[in-house]
Design a protein around this ligand. Structure first.
Ligand code: ADP
Length: 462
C-alpha cells in the first residue's frame, strides 16, 4: 500500500509527530500573540484614562473650563503624547503638540460636545498615536472637550519583536523537535530492527537459535520474549517429530530383523513340514506384532493430524469396562493373576465406543503384563453428576518416581526388553492419553515401587 520511506514506521511516526507539533506550536503562538496584544492595549487604555483624569482635574476650576496657567507634564519633543483642550464652542484653548503634525478633527470635537466621545489612530511625524476625544462636563453641563493622544509604538514594537522571535523560534523548534523525534523513534524501534535481523536467521532447520535479546520488559521486550518462547515450542515439537520418526523406524526394524533371522534360519537347510510350520508360526506372531505396531503408529499419526473422526454416541461405560476385562481374563488366568472387576453405577458417556474400549484394554493389558504371577489386578469405576472415573490398579512392581512423568511419552518404556517380550511398543499409554484427552478427560498415574500402580481416567459424562 504505502511505498518507499513511508514503509518505515520510524518515518511515519516522525512525520506525525512533526505535524502534531507544528499545529500545537502554531496554536500556542497565535494564542500568546493575541493575549499579549490584548494586555498591551488595555494598559495603553488605562494610561489614556489616567491622563484624561489628570487633565480634567487641572482644567476644570469651579465648575468651569480654565486653562490659564495650566502646566501639563509632557514630552511633546519626542511626540510620545499630546493633550489638547477645546472650549464649549469648539475653539482650541490648549495645545501641547508643539508643532507636531497631529491633524485636528472638528467633526469628532463637535460630536464630543454633543456627548459622543470617540477614538482614532493618527500618524504624526512617524509616531503612531491612539487618540481619545471626550467631553469635559461639570454640574453646569459640557464646558469643553479634551483630546488625549498616546503613542502605542512601544506596544507595537513589543508585538513586532514577539512575532520576530516566534518566526525564528518556530522553525528552529520544529527542526530540533523533529531531530529529537527521529532520535526517539529510532531508539524505540531499533530493538525491532534487531529482532527482525535475528529472526531472519532462524530457519526451520536451525530452531536452536534464540533471539536472546535481553531487552527491558516493555512491549518490544515482551514481543522478543514471546517470539523466543514460540521458537522454543516449535523446536520442541520438531524435535519430538524427529524423535518419533527415528523411534518408529527403529521399532519397525526390530521385528523385521527378527523376521529376516527366522527366514534365514529356515532356509539354511531343508526341513520337514513341522519344521516349516514352526518357523511360519513364529513369523506369523512377529507379523502380528508388526501389524499392531503399525496400527498404533497410524493411529497416533492420524491423531496428530486430527484426522481420526471421533464419533460421539452414547456409550455405556460399564459395558465397555466389563468387555475389556472379560477379553483379558484369559490372559490374566494364564499368568495366574486375580482379575477383580467391581461394577460401579450406570454411566453413559458421549464418546467413541471403540476408542474407549481400547483405552481400558491398554490399561488392563499393561497391568496384567507387568504384574508378576500370583498378583492381582483391580478394575473399578465410579461417577458423580459430571464425571466418570475408571481405576485400574495392580500389585505389580510399580513405577519409580523418575519414570512416572515420562511413561505417557511415545515409545517410552522403563524396561525395553521386558516390554518388547510382552509385545509392548511403548505406544500404549500415549494412545490412551490421547483417547482420554480427545474425550475431554485426563489420565493420571500413582505408583509405589514394589507395591503396585494405579491408573485413573477421568472422563466427563454426557
Ligand atoms: P508398553 O507397550 O511398553 O506397555 P506403554 O505405553 O503401555 O508401553 O507403557 C509404557 C511403560 O510404562 C511400559 O513400558 C512400562 O515400563 C510402564 N508401565 C505401564 N503400565 C505399567 C504398570 N501397570 N506397572 C508397571 N509399569 C507400567
Amino acid at each position: 500500500m504505502t511505498a518507499g520511506p513511508l514503509r518505515s514506521l520510524r518515518v511515519r511516526l516522525t512525520i506525525w509527530y512533526m505535524l502534531l507539533l507544528a499545529v500545537t506550536l502554531a496554536t500556542v503562538g497565535v494564542g500568546v500573540y493575541f493575549a499579549l496584544r490584548e494586555s498591551l492595549y488595555s494598559n495603553l487604555d488605562d494610561s489614556i484614562q489616567a491622563r484624561e483624569d489628570l487633565v480634567r482635574s487641572v482644567v476644570i476650576q469651579d465648575n468651569d473650563l480654565d486653562v490659564t496657567g495650566v502646566q501639563l507634564p509632557g514630552d511633546p519633543l519626542e511626540g510620545e503624547h499630546f493633550i489638547r483642550v477645546y472650549d464649549a464652542e469648539g475653539r482650541l484653548v490648549f495645545d501641547n503638540t508643539a508643532g507636531q503634525a497631529v491633524p485636528e478633527d472638528p467633526d469628532a470635537i463637535q460630536s464630543a460636545l454633543e456627548g459622543q466621545s470617540s477614538g482614532r489612530e493618527v500618524d504624526a511625524n512617524g509616531v503612531h498615536l491612539q487618540v481619545d476625544i471626550q467631553a469635559l462636563t461639570t454640574d453646569r453641563g459640557t464646558v469643553g472637550v479634551m483630546e488625549v493622544g498616546l503613542s502605542d509604538d512601544d506596544a507595537r514594537d513589543t508585538l513586532r519583536s514577539f512575532l520576530l522571535i516566534l518566526a525564528l523560534a518556530y522553525p528552529l523548534a520544529l527542526i530540533a523537535a523533529t531531530g529529537g523525534g527521529i532520535f526517539l523513534a529510532s531508539r524505540a524501534l531499533s530493538p525491532i530492527d534487531r529482532l527482525t535481523r535475528v529472526a531472519r536467521k532462524i530457519t526451520a532447520e536451525d530452531l536452536s537459535q534464540r533471539l536472546d535479546l535481553r531487552l527491558p520488559d516493555d512491549e518490544v521486550g515482551r514481543l522478543a520474549q514471546t517470539f523466543d518462547e514460540m521458537i522454543a515450542r516449535l523446536d520442541e515439537s520438531f524435535r519430538r517429530q524427529r524423535q518419533f520418526t527415528a523411534d518408529a523406524s527403529h521399532e519397525l526394524r526390530t521385528p523385521l530383523t527378527a523376521l529376516k533371522g527366522q527366514a534365514e534360519v529356515a532356509l539354511q537347510r531343508d526341513r520337514d513340514i513341522e519344521g516349516y510350520k514352526e518357523v511360519l508360526t513364529a513369523v506369523n506372531a512377529e507379523v502380528d506384532r508388526m501389524i499392531r505396531l503399525v496400527a498404533s503408529l497410524l493411529n497416533l499419526a492420524r491423531a496428530d493430524s486430527g484426522e481420526i473422526p471421533i464419533t460421539r454416541e452414547p456409550v455405556d461405560l460399564g459395558r465397555v469396562i466389563t468387555d475389556a476385562a472379560e477379553q483379558l481374563r484369559p490372559a490374566a488366568e494364564a499368568k495366574n493373576l486375580t482379575l477383580r472387576l467391581q461394577s460401579g453405577p450406570d454411566v453413559t458417556l458421549a464418546g467413541d465406543q471403540d476408542l474407549l474400549l481400547q483405552l481400558v484394554l491398554n490399561l488392563v493389558d499393561n497391568a496384567i503384563k507387568y504384574t508378576p504371577s500370583g498378583g492381582a489386578v483391580d478394575v473399578t469405576w465410579s461417577a458423580d453428576g459430571r464425571a466418570a472415573e475408571i481405576r485400574v490398579s495392580d500389585t505389580g512392581p510399580g513405577i519409580a518416581a523418575e519414570h512416572l512423568p515420562r511413561i505417557f511419552d511415545r515409545f517410552y518404556r522403563i524396561d525395553k526388553a521386558r516390554s518388547r517380550d510382552g509385545g509392548g511398543s511403548g505406544l500404549g499409554l500415549s494412545i490412551s492419553r490421547w483417547i482420554a484427552e480427545t474425550h475431554g478427560g485426563s489420565i493420571d498415574v500413582t505408583s509405589e515401587p514394589d507395591r503396585g500402580t494405579t491408573f485413573v481416567v477421568h472422563l466427563p459424562s454426557a
